[in-house]
Ligand binder design. Structure first.
Ligand SMILES: *[C@@H]1O[C@H](CO)[C@@H](O)[C@H](O)[C@H]1NC(C)=O
Length: 348
């Protein structure tokens, strides 16, 4: 089965490990991206210029405490691509706008996800639905999306509008896919990876593609940017799915297992199901019977589901690096490579 997964989901790779870093240690991506992100949240708040109450809902998550990973990837990719295209690294206005729009679309989707999942906490804060109620949370998410659409239209490039509108479609379809489960095990894994692309990776991939469109007319370069974003995005989510089983395990003795509680079977469970077919029935009923969550968690720990998922994430990161290695060297390119390591080693 696992071989089959590799055949289906890994691109054939020659050696991806040839040395492409310069000798100097690449700069920390967060530090390197900082100069382009100093006004990020102020810029977003300006876009959300509305009446008082709606404004406080919309501004709620743009408090400067988020990691702004998407804008960071976007500005580093933009500079790397600008240098690749024989320009100075400095961002074009449209590229700067895309960094901002990526964070707005992401945040709007979080606001809506929290309603769908009935979550009451995010990043240590009460969620919008918890503070103001579900109806207002839905409207706030919609409003952030509409503000993002207006900023997108202002860039004035139809191709870019199309690429980023695809993201919104993917987010909706991905969330829909998450509401259903698949009987056949192979199909289930394929379904999981497709959902992961749509819910998480599409935004990163298409934002990278959009900044590429603005500076370069070569479709091969757009594809490199897209593939980097796609592979990093999927790896990021796979690691997230692993952390749902492993983080907090040391402090509290129990992981959060939030996904199981929501009825979701992610990578570690799907791999574990190969070794423990008992999991199949639990997956199908979305861990809804008493004791399912605990039992499924035990099976996952006894299996190598966590290692297999981590290994899969590594493969996606290798592919991301292989893609970037086709760009001309720059500090930003190397920071994006460094970022793939950070994705794999992060522990929260
Ligand atoms: C988008 O911008 C790029 C780069 O300036 C340009 O080559 C392309 O023609 C534009 N596309 C549209 C539809 O405006």
């Amino acid at each position: 089965f696992i071989t089959l997964i590799w055949l289906l989901y890994s691109r054939p790779q020659s050696c991806c490990c040839r040395k492409i870093h310069s000798d100097a240690k690449p700069k920390d991506p967060f530090t390197l991206a900082q100069r382009d992100l100093t006004s990020l949240y102020d810029d977003i708040k300006k876009e959300l210029f509305v009446s008082k109450e709606l404004k406080s809902l919309c501004d709620y998550y743009f408090d400067g405490k988020g990691k702004a990973i998407r804008p960071m990837i976007v500005v580093l990719m933009a500079r790397a691509l600008n240098i690749h295209s024989n320009r100075a690294g400095d961002l074009l206005p449209g590229q700067r706008a895309i960094a901002m729009i990526s964070e707005m679309i992401h945040t709007a989707s979080l606001v809506h996800d929290d309603v769908i999942d009935g979550s009451d906490k995010r990043r240590g804060k009460r969620t919008i639905n918890e503070v103001w109620g579900e109806r207002k949370a839905i409207l706030a998410g919609d409003f952030i999306l509409s503000a993002a659409s207006m900023a997108l239209a202002r860039i004035g490039n139809n191709t870019v509008v199309k690429v980023l509108s695809q993201v919104i479609e993917d987010l909706v379809r991905g969330e829909f896919m998450q509401l259903g489960s698949k009987e056949n095990e192979n199909e289930r894994f394929k379904h999981y990876l497709e959902k992961t692309f749509k819910k998480t990776a599409s935004l990163i991939a298409n934002s990278c593609k959009a900044v590429s469109i603005l500076v370069n007319s070569d479709p091969e370069v757009h594809e490199i940017a897209f593939q980097y974003g796609k592979n990093v995005g999927i790896a990021f989510q796979l690691v997230d799915d692993v952390l749902d089983f492993t983080s907090g395990a040391s402090q509290m003795g129990k992981p959060t297992a939030a996904d199981l509680k929501l009825g979701l079977a992610t990578g570690p469970v799907l791999f574990a199901c190969q070794q423990f077919p008992e999991l199949h029935a639990m997956i199908m009923r979305r861990f809804s019977s008493k004791g399912d969550v605990d039992r499924a968690w035990q099976y996952v720990l006894q299996s190598d589901g966590v290692q297999q998922t981590t290994y899969l994430a590594q493969r996606y990161c290798q592919e991301a690096i292989r893609q970037l290695s086709m760009l001309r060297p720059s500090a930003e390119r190397d920071a994006l490579i460094r970022l793939t390591e950070m994705v794999l080693t992060r522990d929260k």
